[in-house]
Design a protein. Structure first.
Length: 132
């Protein structure tokens, strides 16, 4: 009984902390209202990062396979510099997008937690239907 009360208090404090954090995040980052984060942005950036990585591997292997006398080696090295710059740019864009996503998640966490609790309550009230 005492452990149950301790767990309830701990859960209540965690919810209050989450709500407080969400209020701060909303006040700082979403002054004009919150918009749902588009996760496809991250997916596209990750896909682009994978393509750049495969291109980097391809060019590196071409450089290794070419002779010292190969005339295209300068072109390969220039391409390698460009690809590395693109990779750095994409890494920065991913970092910014991940930060925005984490801010969004912190802002909507109390709402998502409430939705989850409501859904669980509905499932428990309809439990007899699922058992039959």
């Amino acid at each position: 009984n005492n452990q149950t009360q301790i767990n309830r208090r701990r859960d209540a404090l965690a919810r209050l902390q989450s709500i407080s954090d969400a209020k701060k995040v909303l006040a700082k980052h979403y002054k004009n209202g919150i918009e749902e984060f588009d996760v496809t942005v991250l997916d596209k950036l990750y896909e682009e990062e994978n393509q750049i990585q495969s291109e980097l591997i391809r060019i590196s292997s071409q450089i290794k396979q070419s002779d010292k006398s190969d005339k295209n080696i300068k072109n390969y090295k220039n391409d390698l510099k460009l690809i590395k710059a693109q990779k750095s740019n994409i890494a920065h864009q991913i970092k910014v997008a991940e930060y925005k996503y984490s801010v969004y998640c912190r802002a909507v966490k109390p709402y998502l937690d409430a939705q989850k609790i409501i859904k669980q309550a509905e499932l428990y009230t309809n439990l007899e239907q699922y058992i039959r």
